[in-house]
Design a protein around this ligand. Structure first.
Ligand SMILES: Cc1cc2nc3c(=O)[nH]c(=O)nc-3n(C[C@H](O)[C@H](O)[C@H](O)COP(=O)(O)OP(=O)(O)OC[C@H]3O[C@@H](n4cnc5c(N)ncnc54)[C@H](O)[C@@H]3O)c2cc1C
Length: 370
């Protein structure tokens, strides 16, 4: 079998790219080792922080800010293409401190980027969220913070891909790449070889493992995050509430996610009693009314963390047609629209909407045995 492009990995990054390429007229085959969208992209909380492209300077901030611009229209387009709702919601966010003062650099970064921010004392915070603990005395509101329901977004993207003609092959791990000099000629799965002009690896935390077969050592490691999902009859809060790396994410049907941990535990995608108990303590400390809420479900996911802290977006050094888009760590959902766009532009030989130098896979990131 042959196609223009093979994409290996069907999370939010692979699906976003596949849709863009197919809509640009390329024939695309996306290969997923299990069912589509069951890994980090499913497990994530779906927080979409705000951004301002005219004020953002660092490469990652620009990727985030471009995505912020794209989310509302993307959600509308996906609905038009599929009739499915991805749960995009401009719910706003509160950043508060629990026992210690708010990080000044964090607050300053938003201001310097020109992101709208409202300073609030305890009473002001509770005017927005009446169930917030009376122990909380300072924070700020980010009206531009939004959210998406990951499983819904993934289903919507997969359906949009189908409608755009992407061949989606599930339960079919990519086993190896066949190479001729600096060109990959095909990938091999248990069902045979697939030839293509271009290949892109979007295998999240498994990217390093997969690239080893092409002779590359690219450092992307799994960082485990655990989540507790509460179910209440009516929503207890409406804003995403963040304290450092911990957060509460309300859904509009009364569900509420509490996250998350950052653990180096290899590929052990399991929850632990200790972390789940800690997340529940955190939730009740922040919003005491959650003390009587029912835990509906818990889970863990593996975030792909690159050695540079930013995703790798580009060609592998020395290769003509092997691309990678992986390593989005805590931000793969939020930055997926811009990632899909710039990778599609790069692979189609078009000018990219952002300068990708800050994301390139240079020789310091890889070792090649080929
Ligand atoms: C608990 C938690 C909370 C998070 N919260 C947020 C958040 O609020 N906002 C945000 O923006 N981000 C969040 N993230 C991060 C975000 O989920 C990730 O950055 C993002 O999902 C990465 O997407 P991906 O497509 O690269 O990886 P994945 O979703 O992991 O997809 C990779 C895919 O590749 C497949 N694959 C692997 N090996 C092979 C192979 N050999 N052949 C074929 N397929 C293969 C896998 O099965 C998988 O489906 C969170 C993550 C976690 C775990």
């Amino acid at each position: 079998m042959s196609t223009d492009v093979v994409i290996a990995g069907g999370g939010v990054i692979g699906l976003s790219l596949a849709r863009k390429l197919a809509r640009a007229g390329r024939s695309v085959t996306l290969i997923e080792r299990q069912q589509l969208g069951q890994e980090a992209s499913w497990a994530g909380a779906g927080i979409l922080p705000p951004g301002n492209l005219s004020g953002a300077t660092a490469p990652f901030d620009r990727l985030r800010a471009l995505s912020v611009q794209m989310w509302p229209q993307l959600s509308r387009h996906l609905f038009e293409e599929t009739g499915l709702d991805n749960g995009f919601w401009d719910c706003g966010g509160l950043t508060v401190s629990l026992g210690e003062t708010l990080s000044e650099p964090y607050r300053r970064e938003w201001s310097e980027e020109g992101v709208e921010l409202e300073e609030l004392d305890g009473a002001g915070l509770r005017r927005y969220e009446s169930e917030l603990s009376t122990e909380i005395s300072e924070g700020f509101r980010l009206p531009g913070l939004c959210q998406v329901r990951n499983p819904w977004h993934l289903q919507t993207l997969a359906e949009a891909c189908r409608k755009a003609g992407v061949v989606l092959r599930e339960n079919e791990p990519v086993r190896s790449f066949q190479q001729d000099g600096g060109r990959i000629t095909s990938v091999e799965t248990d069902r045979g070889k697939i030839e293509a002009d271009q290949f892109c690896v979007t295998a999240g935390a498994w990217t390093s493992k997969l690239l080893q077969d092409a002779g590359y050592t690219l450092s992307i490691v799994p960082i485990r995050g655990q989540i507790v999902l509460y179910k209440t009859d009516t929503p207890v809060i409406r804003h995403v509430i963040e304290v450092g790396k911990r957060y509460l994410v309300p859904r509009d049907d009364g569900r509420l996610l509490v996250g998350s941990t950052e653990e180096e535990a290899g590929f052990e995608k399991v929850t632990t009693e200790e972390s789940l108990a800690e997340l529940q303590r955190f939730a009740v400390e922040l919003v005491p009314a959650l003390g009587s809420a029912t835990v509906e479900k818990t889970w863990a996911g593996l975030r792909p963390m690159s050695q540079t802290g930013s995703p790798f977006l580009g060609l592998l050094p020395g290769m003509d047609n092997l691309f990678v888009a992986a390593g989005h760590f805590r931000a793969g959902l939020q930055t997926s629209p811009a990632t899909g766009l710039v990778m599609k532009q790069l692979m189609c030989g078009e000018p990219t909407a952002l300068d990708l130098d800050g994301f390139s896979v240079d020789a310091s990131c890889v070792e090649s045995s080929s």
